[in-house]
Design a protein around this ligand. Structure first.
Ligand code: PLP
Ligand code: MN
Length: 369
């Protein structure tokens, strides 16, 4: 009989490793984020970053909860989301290269609803040239990507930002609508006050730049920023119109260690103990292909076990003072970095009290272009 888990099955019937979501915890995370941010700033637009969930079903669920569209990191994610009917998107990475620009033009031709960011005159001009050749008359909504301290992408504040905005404003096929400034370097700063103070410094750069562009004659309606670790600070700053948190839905151990437990770890990787390597040491069936290690090792949901990676397919747990584990036992591992972990799996099994209620594909898995 082919293996095909169904809604209504218990999670204990799943083969492993499997990515499972506790629906009650996930729903509580959504409610907490929306309630908290809206209480601080009722008018804020929440445009969740879908680089985390990579799922059109979850994108729609977030919109039902009050989100406005979504963000994706890459053009190929936007292509998939649009084809699945989720078209109100901001692509938060620069689109550079002939093939990508051609694909962007096609996406714009089909949907006319995707926003882009630019941080260079050459990048903006290449997109403008391609749109000119395409014969499409609708300009593409464009945001200036500003470096607010992350030093990853983004034009520098001050004269460089003004110069780029003037350049974009002069292009026929790009319509300047706003500024993006993502403070990714601050998301995991430990300590509420430390994170807040640094975040407000980045927000000052962002809102002052938006104001300078307005004074220069540009219509800047959207000022977008923020992630799970900073959104609550960003929304208190006058001039910020939109935030982009993603990880709050599921969390990970890295985020929990930095910002605490206001959001729960709602996603785990269900695994099976496949070998006993000593009286207090076992091997389980999830290695580097199921759990990422860039932000440290995943943790066993049940405390008291020490995790070590044993390679592509295996991990080990050892203990001194925790219940014994044996061959065939099941464990749940809490990822250390949620976004790349989800990208390793085909589907989510979402359960309530251990019964599968929904099965969601990871639609944009592997969409890195
Ligand atoms: N916005 C941008 C541009 C990002 O790159 C990210 C994540 O890397 C986010 C928002 C979402 O951040 P988080 O998943 O930490 O909430
Ligand atoms: Mn991440």
């Amino acid at each position: 009989m082919p293996y095909s888990p169904q809604v209504g099955d218990p999670i204990s019937s799943l083969d492993t490793p499997s990515m499972i979501v506790d629906l009650e915890l996930m729903e509580a995370n959504i409610t907490k984020l929306f309630t908290h941010l809206r209480k601080l700033q009722p008018k804020i637009d929440i445009r969740p970053h879908l680089k985390t969930t990579k799922s059109a079903i979850l994108a729609k669920r977030l919109n039902d909860a009050g989100a406005k569209g979504g963000c994706v990191a890459k053009l190929s994610e936007a292509e998939v989301m649009c084809d699945l009917g989720f078209t109100d998107l901001l692509i938060t990475c620069e689109i550079v290269g002939k093939r990508k620009v051609e694909r962007l033009v096609e996406l714009h031709r089909m949907y006319r609803s995707v926003r882009i960011v630019v941080d260079s005159e050459v990048g903006a001009s290449k997109i403008d040239d391609a749109l000119e050749k395409s014969g499409i008359n609708d300009p593409i909504p464009t945001l200036i990507d500003l470096d607010v301290g992350l030093h990853r992408t983004g034009v520098q504040a001050g004269e460089p930002a003004l110069k780029l905005a003037r350049h974009v404003a002069g292009l026929k096929h790009l319509r300047l609508i706003g500024v993006q400034g993502y403070e990714g370097h601050l998301q995991h700063v430990h300590g509420y006050e430390e994170r807040k103070v640094s975040c407000l410094e980045s927000m000052k750069i962002l809102t002052e730049t938006a104001e300078a562009l307005r004074k220069d004659g540009h219509q800047i309606d959207i000022v977008t920023t923020g992630g799970t670790g900073t959104a609550e600070f960003c929304v208190t700053v006058p001039g910020i119109t939109e935030v982009q948190p993603g990880s709050f839905l599921f969390m990970d151990t890295d985020y929990r260690n930095a910002i605490g437990t206001q959001f729960s770890n709602s996603l785990t990787i269900l695994s099976t103990i496949i070998s006993k390597q000593g009286p207090k040491a076992v091997t389980f069936d999830a290695g580097l292909k199921s759990l990422t290690t860039d932000s440290g090792l995943a943790e066993c949901k049940t405390v008291g076990y020490v995790h070590a990676n044993l390679g592509d397919e295996h991990g080990s747990l050892s203990w001194t003072d925790a219940p014994d584990l044996d061959v065939g036992d099941r464990i749940e591992m809490v990822p250390s970095h949620i976004d790349p972990t989800i990208n390793l799996h085909d589907v989510y099994y979402a359960h309530r009290q251990g019964v599968i209620k929904e099965i969601w594909p990871v639609d944009t898995r592997g969409k890195v272009q």
